[in-house]
Design a protein around this ligand. Structure first.
Ligand SMILES: [Fe+2]
Ligand SMILES: [Fe+2]
Length: 501
């Protein structure tokens, strides 16, 4: 995309603001770097700069180039990062912390013990996979520049390996982090980070040994000692990540995969309450979560977000759990109420859910989807009941949800998955063709009533969602073979015999 093709919303003012933020953070980064690299030279600064001034100038130019490239990457690949000063600060704070930690550990412990995968892990979890990969490259180059051109390394030969060690450790971290399900799994990722680090260290040390500049015993002890530091660096990356992630989640209001999984665990405050006070709704939500995950996977939406949205979509029913079918026993409270009052109680659960999620300071997207998951659909049962009871005109809006309609693909997924679960269960549909008929009807009804007119979901995606729902729901409520009933009898010879009942 060329610069002149930037969106209309991306004004010159926003462009100028993001450039200013980048310049400010460039100055902060360079200041941190200057203090770190010149720490031991303050006494004879003039003499040191006289000798090495051109190297530092070259390093400064390299850092400036890398910052410009980072800006251009976000401008053309992921402009959402440039839209808020907070996100730009997040990117630079990761690079600042990595640089400082690398300098401190390199100076006081060992150059091979630096937390080389810290930036990759944090950026991957907080901003996304692509940012993780890109910032890992930038971080590896920044450390390489400091090591090579600004005298960051005093250990002989180590700067040869600094680029490959930082780059490959970060990439390993991102690829293995993908499978990490909890924060603690990340410590395990630390072990994988060690593989490229220790491999490179061992080869580097062996090459020194081959040159014959040292004895075999000395070379071996040096290899193992430096590999030990490499192990420390891998584990240090994971520990720094675990220690700092919660602060970043709070300060930058980031919704990480770990936070989402914690929010959907049955121990989460609101869900625990739902499980205890509205068990029917809780069970319904867990099935909707399973369906929403399958739909999200089918159209390339985030499965963790879909699962969380499904688990919280009906929490508004906590206000009047016994008024909803799934929590009722034999007695139906609506038998005593007018259809208008019943419809009002039922439709208020969308609004109540929104308020409950907001008051518990849960993520905004959960509140929005709770409010939108029925769109402006009529509550058919009570509208039909009212039609039977009156000869006069009825206003359908008095029996309809108040919206808004789904604003995102995820909200549309929850709307369809929610209605499909309830309808397939109510229709007792077990064969895939019956399930398909019910779901097709659900989607067509919502299209007729223009429920998807405010989100950018396509026909192709609706078809994929239908197929995913048919596959999953056919599995959830699959046709079970009826077990024969057998009556067992003990015979006089001590054996047991059975007969069909
Ligand atoms: Fe609902
Ligand atoms: Fe629901």
């Amino acid at each position: 995309m060329a610069l002149n093709q930037l969106d209309k919303e991306w004004t010159k003012q926003m462009l100028a603001k993001s450039i200013l933020y980048f310049l400010l953070h460039f100055i902060i980064f360079v200041s941190i770097g200057a203090v770190a690299l010149l720490w031991d030279q303050f006494d004879n600064l003039a003499e040191h700069m006289g000798k090495n001034g051109s190297s530092y100038l070259y390093a400064l130019f390299c850092v400036f180039m890398l910052v410009v490239i980072t800006y251009l990457y976000y401008l053309f690949e992921d402009r959402t990062v440039l839209e808020s000063g907070k996100s730009i600060t997040l990117v630079f704070l990761l690079l600042d912390i990595s640089f400082l930690a690398s300098w401190l550990i390199g100076k006081y412990i060992n150059i091979f013990a630096r937390p080389v995968a810290f930036v990759a892990l944090m950026a991957f979890v907080l901003i996304g996979r692509r940012s993780g990969i890109f910032l890992n490259i930038i971080n590896a180059l920044l450390i390489f520049v400091a090591d090579t051109f600004a005298g960051g390394i005093s250990v002989q030969n180590a700067y040869y390996s600094s680029l490959i060690i930082s780059f490959s450790a970060g990439m390993f971290a991102i690829f293995f982090c993908n499978r990490a399900r909890t924060r603690l799994h990340i410590v395990g990722v630390g072990i994988f980070i060690v593989i490229p680090v220790d491999f490179t260290i061992a080869l580097l040390e062996i090459s020194t040994f081959v040159e014959g500049s040292t004895t075999a015993v000395h070379a071996l002890s040096s290899i193992f000692m430096h590999m030990g530091f490499g192990l420390f660096g891998g584990v240090m990356s994971a520990i720094l990540f675990l220690a700092l992630l919660p602060f970043f989640e709070v300060i930058f209001n980031c919704l990480t995969v770990f936070r989402l999984r914690e929010l959907t665990s049955s121990d989460a405050k609101v869900l625990k309450k739902l499980k205890e006070e509205a068990p029917g709704t809780y069970n319904h939500s867990t099935v909707v979560a399973q369906l929403a995950e399958a739909c999200a996977a089918a159209i390339g939406e985030d499965m963790d977000y879909a699962r969380a949205a499904a688990m919280y979509h009906d929490v508004g029913k906590l206000h009047n759990p016994e008024h909803f079918t799934e929590n009722q026993g034999d007695y139906n409270l609506h038998d005593e109420l007018t259809p208008e009052l019943s419809a009002d109680i039922i439709r208020s659960h969308a609004r109540d859910g929104y308020a409950l999620i907001k008051s518990n300071h849960l993520p905004d997207f959960l509140a929005d989807i709770a409010l939108q998951h029925h769109g402006t659909m009529p509550i058919r049962y009570f509208y039909a009941k009212a039609l039977k009871m009156t000869d006069g005109e009825l206003n359908i809006e008095d029996f309809s949800y108040m919206g808004p309609k789904p604003q995102t693909k995820l909200a549309a997924i929850i709307m369809i998955a929610d209605a499909s679960e309830a309808a397939v269960r109510a229709a007792n549909a077990k064969k895939p063709e019956d399930v398909e008929r019910v779901i097709r009807g659900i989607i067509e009804e919502r299209m007729d009533l223009e429920q998807f007119s405010e989100c950018d979901i396509t026909m192709v995606e609706l078809t994929k969602i239908r197929q995913a729902l048919v596959n999953t729901l056919s599995g959830v409520y699959h046709h079970r073979v009826k077990y024969p009933t057998i009556k067992y009898k003990h015979t006089s010879d001590g054996s047991t015999k059975g007969e069909n009942v």
